[in-house]
Design a protein around this ligand. Structure first.
Ligand SMILES: C[S@@+](CC[C@H](N)C(=O)[O-])C[C@H]1O[C@@H](n2cnc3c(N)ncnc32)[C@H](O)[C@@H]1O
Length: 237
């Protein structure tokens, strides 16, 4: 079915708020850095366990990047769809899939607001460290679109920077985030936090909870696996 073009007032999600992942060099650096600091297999296993992913199921990863979670997940289920606004990140993801002999993935150059719904209702949608690229109003639109492509009862797993402090405490909380990063991980990570705070769109926990509930999700679990981040396990009501 041919989809309508987006209205002229739609937010341009391709214009990259904050970190710009558009070039092949940035994509390569991102993947090299994250391969060093993360264990992709272990992270994917945790998500698969939380959403209870079964071998016959299909899932979509929005903001799949270089395939950190999408590729290990593809080895454990029937089909994985991926979407990302950076074609450089997607190309690296596809190259790694070819190298690893992974054939059951399908990616599209699109984001939360522009992805084409997969041809089947999905068992699960996941999104890791990506929703903060959209301003809050557009997060609501993104969540409604995710809701629409899930089976009733389908799972939605969202991991992102989400602020649990009171708005009145923002100054000390953000200063302590940046200073903590500086001490623990060095200047590059401290600068990444500054860019995140200044140019990206992380929101408060009470706003995220409200948006999930208003768009028709039941929140089952919330995990604070990392400081200032929340992993939400939800299902389509
Ligand atoms: C921090 S990376 C996370 C990538 C991957 N999920 C991971 O765990 O490594 C953020 C990703 O979100 C993508 N992105 C930014 N805005 C987006 C949007 N509106 N829709 C989908 N992806 C987006 C970027 O291109 C980038 O690949």
């Amino acid at each position: 079915m041919k989809e309508e073009p987006p209205p002229s007032w739609q937010y341009d999600e391709f214009k990259h708020a904050g970190v710009d992942y558009a070039s092949a060099e940035v994509a390569k650096e991102y993947d090299a850095h994250h391969t060093r600091i993360r264990d992709y297999e272990k992270d994917a296993r945790l998500i698969m366990d939380r959403i209870g992913l079964k071998p016959e199921e299909s899932v979509m990863d929005i903001g799949c990047g270089t395939g950190a979670i999408l590729l290990p997940m593809a080895r454990h289920c029937r089909k994985v769809y991926g979407a990302d606004v950076s074609s450089a990140m997607l190309e690296l993801c596809q190259m790694k899939a070819r190298q690893q002999g992974i054939l059951n993935i399908e990616t599209q150059h699109a984001g939360f607001l522009t992805f084409q719904s997969p041809p089947e209702p999905l068992d699960a949608v996941i999104s890791v460290a990506t929703l903060h690229h959209l301003p809050d109003f557009w997060k609501g639109v993104a969540l409604s679109r995710i809701h629409n492509c899930l089976k009733p009862g389908g799972k939605f797993y969202l991991f992102d920077v989400v602020f649990s402090f009171s708005p009145r405490d923002y100054y000390q909380e953000l200063e302590s985030w940046v200073n903590g990063m500086q001490k623990k991980a060095g200047e590059a990570m401290a600068e990444e936090s500054r860019v995140h705070i200044r140019d990206e769109h992380s929101t408060y926990e009470w706003i995220m909870d409200g948006m999930l509930e208003k768009t028709g999700f039941a929140i089952h679990e919330k995990h604070a696996d990392f400081p200032r981040c929340i992993a939400y396990l939800c299902s389509r009501k």
